[in-house]
Ligand binder design. Structure first.
Ligand code: PEP
Ligand code: MN
Length: 313
């Protein structure tokens, strides 16, 4: 073996061992404190509404569970997020996704409500007792975003933005935030795992990998979902991995079968775009599951999870 090649393998093994040490063990109790739920908690439109408490000390990925994070691509208004958060809550889920700063391919597309979006996300997340996640797009806004959400999401376009990764690591460690890092659409698994290193080198925090499709020669789907990344990650590390089928295929009717496949191949969870009115969504409506598709998806993955001895949360 060439010296250079050996050095590269050694440094990768070192990185892998470090991550295994950093990996969190998952044995937390259910994340919503049931005693604290007021009777009126789900009556979102009622005047009697009270906030539902969320646990400060929670773990997104737990052994024996499939974590489903759902929500719109982007926060469009308070009303829009309220309706979707209610769907998420009524479906028995605990995690809400929604973009405030949207990194769009075209500068002429809707760029998100930015700071106002963060305020809405915090308000609605607190209202329904849902843990929230949104994307951080640059190092300057990490502290700001961390004040409003529970989980910081690093998007595919920023997986190799090392200044951002380091800042996210620092801030997540300081405030006890969790981190989802999507795979760069042209990144190898090794590059992805080394990107995690940039985050954890700044202190410990729960880091969740998210496979969201990679670019191949196939144009029929938006990207090609690399489901083999799941067993490969399980082989190389102890890090949890979730699947984002929405951005991978880009067509809502293809999302449900890939959700099934993701659970069957051993993913620890899903992050899925949903909307009550996909044709009129300001962003990524073509890939959003409507109410009916959301409930079909959940009943199918509940079934597959139960076969594997897991529960959906
Ligand atoms: C998103 O989840 O909102 C998003 C933009 O995803 P990705 O970074 O995978 O394109
Ligand atoms: Mn989207």
């Amino acid at each position: 073996m060439q010296n250079k090649e050996k050095k590269e393998i050694d440094s990768f093994n070192e990185a892998k061992n470090f991550m295994n040490e950093q990996a969190l063990t998952c044995s937390m109790p259910p994340i919503i404190d049931e005693e604290m739920l007021p009777d009126s908690s789900l009556k979102s439109q009622g005047k009697t509404f009270k906030k539902i408490s969320k646990k400060k000390d929670f773990t997104v990925i737990e052994e024996g569970y499939v974590t489903v994070i759902a929500g719109p691509c982007a926060i469009e208004s308070r009303e829009q997020l309220d309706i979707i958060a209610k769907i998420v809550k009524d479906s028995g889920l605990s995690y809400l996704r929604a973009g405030a700063y949207k990194p769009r391919t075209s500068p002429y597309s809707f760029q998100g409500l930015e700071h106002q979006g963060l305020e809405i996300l915090k308000e609605i997340g607190d209202k329904y007792g849902l843990y929230t996640t949104t994307e951080v797009t640059d190092a300057e806004t990490v502290e700001e975003v961390a004040k409003y959400v529970d989980i910081l999401q690093i998007g595919t376009r920023n997986m190799s933005n090392f200044a951002l990764l380091k800042k996210v690591g620092l801030v997540a460690n300081k405030y006890g935030k969790k981190v989802i890092i999507k795979r760069g659409w042209a990144s190898t698994i090794k590059e992805w795992l080394l990107a995690v290193e940039y985050i954890t080198s700044k202190g410990g925090c729960e880091v969740i990998l998210c496979e969201r499709g990679i670019r191949t020669f196939e144009p029929y789907t938006r990207f090609t979902l690399d489901l083999s990344a799941v067993p490969v990650i399980k082989k190389l590390s102890k890090l949890p991995i979730i699947i984002d089928p929405s951005h991978a295929v880009g067509q809502s009717d293809l999302v449900v079968p890939l959700c099934r496949a993701a659970i069957a191949v051993g993913a620890d969870g899903l992050i899925v775009e949903i909307h009550y009115d996909p044709p009129n969504a300001l962003c990524d409506g073509q890939q959003a599951l409507d109410r009916k598709q959301t409930s079909e998806m959940l009943s199918q993955i509940n079934f597959i999870s139960s076969v594997l001895g897991k529960k959906v949360k």
